[in-house]
Design a protein around this ligand. Structure first.
Ligand code: ARG
Length: 462
């Protein structure tokens, strides 16, 4: 005879290798609090519909509370033979409260149970992550306000393109994070649906009240279809996709920090407390935190792909394959959560080397487009203006001078439309200030954008 909770029809025990192979307790023990909450709600509902007596409910609920205290005190013994967190809690409950513990699993299955636990966990994790993303946005908004007047070279193709405000660059990340946060909030609406009541796949013969359970657990809806309820992992796929996008955003940021800190750029410095040294090269100060953030995006993308492949080709309804959904889910949540958190702690200590940024912007003919625009305002078609400025840049390059250092007579030789007023256009500040439209990089516009971003964030948090 098997000692398993499901062992009735089995004549022998499970091969020890099978136990080890199929156990998920090492991963799903994380769901203990959600599992207990779900069980309490289920038991209370069974009491209200008359399947359990009030005394039985009281015993089960207080027993579950005791199991929770044991787990939280580290007194629970986890054994692979008990497979997963659901069986651990149920069997410990029965040890503690006796026979009545065995009634808890009436009208449910581990299939709807695990789906419920995972949704409860996901809902909390999403709220927590959105809070952290909001704090990172706030850090960038602060930086944007502080550095609105800081001029840096903006790049396309990694070549100096046009000058931008460093604050404007910071606000680009605020927008990315804002969309990430919206995606997570949107995913939450599809997470917040109760599977319990689907039982194994076909529902149950007991007169359950699913809305009672939904209300107790704060779910906004109940799953409409029992087969779908136990087999759906869309909500995990969706969150993983959102996390992968967020991780990619953080990775791009990390890459920029790494580049900017490298001596040929020397645009920024990161606090010593967030960098590490080399065991052989005494001069080194390495941006390991940024490198790890960049690296973690690889695992998160991998977690998404692993789940997509796991679900692909699974027939309805529940299959044990689904047990493999959690490790990657937790890994992605942990990786992204930790990355967001550490960036939010590191970035307030960012040193911005304004002079180095300016020097690079000046070197790269960053205001060439401004000169072309100037000629257009004087009546030249843009294509012709582009050609004139191209020649001006070539000339300046030959002389190793900046555009704004070229004598007026030389510029006028390229186009008689050029006048004394050209020099205001060629300065970095002139270039920035000329872009005052919404979404532009003029410092004044950046400050206004930062204020709007802060208001938006606070509205969302309210
Ligand atoms: N540990 C399982 C999982 O995570 C729980 C559901 C098991 N259901 C079953 N019929 N074996 O998916």
């Amino acid at each position: 005879m098997s000692e398993k909770l499901w062992g009735g029809r089995f004549s022998t025990g499970t091969d020890s290798l099978v136990e080890e192979f199929s156990a998920s307790i090492a991963v799903d023990r994380r769901l203990y609090a959600q599992d207990i909450l779900g069980s309490m709600a289920h038991a209370r509902m069974l009491g209200r519909v008359g399947v359990l007596t009030p005394e039985e409910v009281a015993t089960i609920v207080s027993g579950l509370g005791e199991v929770r205290s044991e787990i939280e005190a580290g007194r629970m013994v986890f054994r692979p033979a008990l497979e997963d967190i659901h069986m651990h809690i149920e069997s410990r409950l029965t040890e503690l409260v006796g026979e009545v513990g065995k009634k808890l699993h009436t009208a449910r299955s581990r299939n709807d149970q695990v789906a419920t636990d995972l949704r409860l966990y996901a809902r909390e994790a999403l709220d927590d992550l959105r809070g952290a993303v909001g704090r990172l946005q706030e850090v960038f908004i602060d930086l944007a306000e502080r550095e609105a007047d800081t001029v840096m070279p903006g790049f396309t193709h990694m070549q100096v393109a046009q000058p931008v405000s460093f604050g404007h660059h910071c606000l680009a990340y605020v927008e990315m994070l804002h969309r990430d946060s919206q995606r997570l909030a949107d995913a939450r609406t599809r997470v917040n649906v109760l599977p319990l009541g689907a039982a194994a796949l076909a529902g149950t013969t007991f007169p359950i009240d699913r809305w009672d359970v939904a209300r107790q657990l704060g779910f906004a809806a109940i799953a409409e279809n029992s087969l779908d309820a136990v087999s759906d992992r869309d909500f995990v796929m969706e969150i993983l996709a959102d996390l992968a996008i967020l991780a990619v955003h953080l990775s791009r940021l990390a890459e920029e920090l790494i580049l900017w800190m490298s001596p040929p750029f020397a645009f920024i410095d990161l606090p010593d407390s967030f960098c590490t040294g080399s065991s052989i090269m005494p001069q080194k100060k390495n941006p390991d935190v940024a490198e790890l953030v960049r690296g973690k995006s690889g695992r998160v993308i991998g977690d998404l792909v692993a789940l997509l492949v796991l679900m692909k080709g699974q027939p309805l309804a529940y299959n044990r394959d689904n047990q493999e959904d959690k490790e990657g889910f937790f890994d992605a949540l942990d990786s992204v959560r930790a990355s967001v958190e550490i960036l939010a702690r590191m970035l307030p200590g960012l040193t911005v080397r304004r002079e180095a940024m300016r020097v690079q912007a000046e070197k790269g003919f960053a205001t060439a487009t401004d000169l072309a625009d100037y000629l257009v305002r004087k009546g030249l078609p843009f294509r012709d203006a582009h050609a004139v400025v191209g020649r001006a840049v070539r000339l300046a390059q030959e002389r190793a001078m900046a555009l704004e250092a070229m004598p007026l007579t030389e510029l006028q030789a390229l186009s008689p439309l050029i006048g004394e007023d050209v020099y205001a256009v060629l300065t970095l500040e002139g270039s920035l200030n000329a872009r005052r439209h919404p979404g532009g990089t003029a410092p004044e516009t950046v400050r206004a954008a930062a204020t709007r971003a802060r208001d938006r964030l606070h509205r969302e948090q309210a």
